[in-house]
Write a new protein. Structure first.
Ligand code: ATP
Ligand code: MG
Length: 541
């Protein structure tokens, strides 16, 4: 079936049932439906239902319940507009004679909906008193053919999706895009099971991240730390009272926070090719770490590792005559890490840094420096949190495919995987954003239980199939045309029970957007043409 999305026509007369609710259609019976999963609905004349709209279908049989359907697709039947009829009309130049949908018995629209939830009243006794509670469950009743179909109301939407009702208690991120416009308020604890946000460039990922940050920081006072590869969050963070820091300039990281394999991953390529040099670094680092674990020391720095190299080199180098050369090579190459200035004495107190939020501006870093910074920051924060030295926090990683790539290894992969795997138990929340779900490690995104999927190129669609929750193929196929700022929200029982299109709300921190597309035409006119023409008139090379 083809999907359609024409706007509702307000001029069309509506049909109301006894409760004065708008009846948008009628459940029909054909050879395939209704089933427990699918229902087909003949729409009332002039009524349209957009894909993703939630509808209610009261069931009356042994039990009175309400089935909730989510519109998958629709199709229009109009025998007057078959190609032969249109051909005859065009050839004979005769106007349309047939009645409109309202007055026709042959023109109709048929929508198909997936039955996603059933709302029922559960009776129970409390303190000797009989009470009734409205609950939801997977559909267990078959819809009645001929039943009226209504647009679901706000309460039904909230119940069906398992959302938070109180805006102050949850994360208000946007609203439904069709049917009854209902606020989408995620349960705040959903962030503990991590978020994944993907979409093509300019689709609205960072904007949405800003909205989520407003909720986390302003409403729930949860610290947020950004690994900001494109300097997209500085304005927002400043507006929210946080700080913008540059690695190596405003803060450094203790090398002792890394694991041995992380340190080896960060070594210069030339060094990684020499097993002896790697062994020397590993042993020097390992011995210092043992001291640290035995609590002989509180931390160690890159200088401490460098100082340990001669002793370890002497132990591991077979030929005595080679020792000075080996020491020199290892110290020189390991010393290149010092150029980054990221490794130093560490942040005096992360607690002051983290709260209310901090963005680590990594725009000026090369890709290998970026890996060092992200690995070191995430590892240090996780270590501190596991020892309860810092409060819970949310780590936001934009361009996450660079850090947890699919297939290949990267220094950061281990710590991010650990974050999503164990974070929930320790108050470490992760948000991963990417333009390229094809390139990101699938086992990592599977651990992110709430997902916001913005417009994607068709070649990226397969990549999200593994995490699509109950999104239908129709929903996925519509993704390349998803408008900016609109996403498919999906999740699990804790966040959002069913996939639904969501329009992300406006940010309430004004002018907080970073990473806006610059006006290159204005820049040419106002700056470069003048400079270049002046250069040309000056002559010379
Ligand atoms: N929900 C929204 N409401 C209003 N404007 C929006 C919304 N979402 C996106 N925009 C606009 O679209 C622009 C691009 O969005 P955004 O910066 O979030 O893209 P992105 O997906 O992060 O792209 P990139 O991958 O290139 O960083 C924003 O600067 C903003 O002007
Ligand atoms: Mg962005």
């Amino acid at each position: 079936m083809k999907s359609f999305s024409s706007d509702e026509n307000p001029s069309v007369k509506t049909v109301a049932n006894s409760n004065n609710q708008l009846v948008v259609g009628t459940v029909i019976s054909d050879q395939e439906t209704p089933t427990f999963e699918t229902v087909r609905i003949k729409l009332k004349a002039g009524q349209d239902l957009k894909p993703g709209t939630l509808v209610r279908i009261p069931v009356m049989r042994n039990e009175q319940t309400i089935l909730i359907g989510r519109i998958r697709s629709a199709y229009e039947c109009n025998p007057n507009e078959r190609v032969e009829s249109v051909g005859v009309r065009d050839a004979l130049k005769i106007p349309k004679m047939h009645p409109t949908e309202e007055h026709s018995t042959r023109i109709f629209r048929l929508a198909e909906a997936d039955l996603i939830e059933e709302i029922f009243n559960r009776e129970f006794v409390e303190n000797g008193e009989k009470k009734i509670k409205t609950e939801t469950r997977a559909p267990q009743n078959l819809p009645n053919s001929g039943a009226d179909v209504f647009i679901a109301d706000v309460n039904e939407i909230v119940q069906t999706l398992g959302l938070e009702q109180d805006e102050n208690q949850g994360l208000f991120i946007g609203e439904t895009t069709s049917g009854t416009i209902s606020k989408i308020i995620l349960k705040r604890q959903s962030v503990q099971r991590h978020f994944f946000i993907c979409g093509t460039t300019g689709s609205g990922k960072s904007y949405a991240m800003g909205v989520i940050t407003e909720e986390l920081v302003q409403k729930h006072k949860l610290p947020v730390v950004f690994i900001d590869t494109q300097d997209e969050y500085s304005e927002l963070v400043k507006k929210l009272g946080g700080v913008v820091v540059e690695p190596g300039k405003d803060f450094s990281i203790r090398i002792s926070s890394l694991t041995e394999s992380e340190l080896l991953d960060l070594l210069p390529e030339a060094m990684k090719k020499s097993p002896l040099q790697c062994d020397i670094v590993a042993k020097a680092f390992g011995e210092l770490q043992t001291k640290l674990t035995n609590e002989d020391m509180a931390k160690f720095t890159l200088d401490d590792v460098l100082a340990k190299i001669p002793e370890v080199s002497a132990e591991l180098t077979a030929k005595e005559g080679d020792i000075p050369r080996v020491i020199d090579a290892v110290q020189r190459r390991l010393g290149t890490l010092a150029k980054l200035k990221i490794f130093g004495h560490g942040v005096a107190d992360w607690r002051k840094f983290l709260y209310p939020c901090v963005t680590i501006n990594c725009k000026k870093l090369t890709s290998s420096q970026l890996q060092s910074v992200a690995t070191a920051v995430l590892r240090e924060l996780q270590n501190l949190r596991l020892r309860n030295h810092i409060p819970p926090y949310v780590a936001v990683i934009d361009e996450a495919h660079l850090f947890v790539p699919e297939g290949t290894s990267s220094p950061c992969k281990q710590i991010i995987r650990e974050g999503v795997r164990i974070g929930r138990h320790h108050g470490i929340c992760m948000v991963l954003l990417t333009q390229s779900p094809v390139d990101i490690d699938k086992s990592t995104i599977r651990q992110c239980n709430t997902r916001l999927v913005f417009a994607l190129e068709p070649d990226q669609l397969d990549a999200i199939k593994g995490v699509k929750a109950d999104a239908t193929d129709e929903m996925l196929r519509a993704l390349p045309k998803m408008p900016q700022g609109t996403c498919l929200l999906s999740g699990t029982y804790e966040s959002v029970k069913h996939t639904i299109p969501v329009r992300i709300r406006k940010r309430n921190t004004e002018d907080s957007e970073g990473g806006k597309t610059p006006n290159i035409f204005e820049e040419m006119q106002e700056k470069w043409i003048k400079i270049i023409e002046e250069l040309k008139t000056q002559g010379g090379e």
